[in-house]
Design a protein around this ligand. Structure first.
Ligand SMILES: Nc1ncnc2c1ncn2[C@@H]1O[C@H](COP(=O)(O)OP(=O)(O)OP(=O)(O)O)[C@@H](O)[C@H]1O
Length: 269
């Protein structure tokens, strides 16, 4: 075995500003402060975390721990107070508003709890809208597969107001998946859904990772939803405090209890 020269970093120690090729997104020393003086809230405190390509990660933590803030910063929907966010090798802090808009459109898919569908468009028009804006059409075979798996094929001509909450969320999910973006962010994507619709949404996100090597990051409060992920990252008080690989609903629940006990013992609960 050859020992690398002391000044050659080697593949396992990349320079801090050049992400490994298998990293889809990462936060480096990310802090987000809301307000000032008495109303100052540190929503994130020096969070550094990486999300590997082709992995499904769930972000969990108590209410107010910074999950949505972290996700919004990672997705380029919110600016951090300090630190950097990279999508692949693109430093989001270096982008102009126009470049950021293009990056969100071309490289990122979003599934939010509040659906964000356009009420005047049909389900199919909503699903293909981001691709249409980008001047592309989704891969027909992939789109067909997504629509079948999500049980949407007989609802494509309906407007959001004519669909149930579960169906609307499945439309939002199909919209995020249609253009096969580099990374899909979901902020409580199953938050408003019954267990059947939740299962459908989570299964398709899982399939996007397993079959199409996409990267998925979701925020969830639900240990059963987190169990679909490869990895769970736990936040508390704006910091990453723990992580779990190969989670099951039981192991996630156990870890959440342990973290609650630590928080209670240290007066942070
Ligand atoms: N726009 C804002 N202005 C001021 N404070 C904010 C704002 N958005 C979030 N916060 C605060 O930042 C902290 C983190 O909020 P965030 O929504 O990221 O937490 P969360 O873990 O996603 O919570 P939940 O699980 O309840 O959705 C909270 O204390 C919250 O009150």
């Amino acid at each position: 075995m050859t020992t690398p020269a002391p000044d050659s970093p080697g593949p396992e120690s990349p320079a801090p500003d050049s992400p490994a090729p298998d990293v889809a997104a990462r936060a480096v020393g990310l802090s987000k402060i809301y307000g000032t003086g008495d109303t100052r809230v540190a929503a994130l405190s020096e969070v550094s975390v990486e999300f590997a390509k082709g992995e499904f990660t769930a972000i969990m933590g108590p209410s107010g721990s910074g999950k949505s803030t972290l996700m919004h910063c990672l997705a380029g929907l919110d600016d951090a107070t300090e630190g950097a966010v990279f999508l692949g090798d693109t430093d989001l802090t270096s982008l102009s508003d126009k470049e950021m808009t293009r990056l969100r459109r071309d490289r990122v898919g979003f599934v939010f709890q509040s659906f964000n569908l356009v009420p005047t468009l049909t389900a199919l028009e909503n699903i293909t809208l981001p691709s249409a804006i980008a001047g592309r059409s989704p891969d027909a075979e992939w789109l067909d597969d997504v629509l079948s798996r999500l049980g949407l094929k007989d609802r494509l001509d309906h407007r959001p107001g004519e669909l149930s909450g579960g169906q609307q969320q499945r439309v939002a999910c199909a919209r995020a998946l249609a253009s096969q973006p580099e990374i899909i962010f979901g902020d409580e994507p199953t938050g408003n859904l019954d267990s059947r619709s939740s299962g459908e949404v989570l299964s398709i996100l899982r399939a996007a990772v397993d079959e199409f090597h996409q990267t998925v990051v979701i925020v969830t409060h639900d240990p059963r939803a987190a169990a679909y992920a490869d990895r769970v990252v736990f936040l508390a008080d704006g910091r990453t405090v723990d992580e779990l690989r190969g989670p099951t609903a039981e192991s996630v629940l156990d870890r959440m209890k342990q973290l609650d006990e630590v928080a209670a013992a240290t007066g942070n609960g």
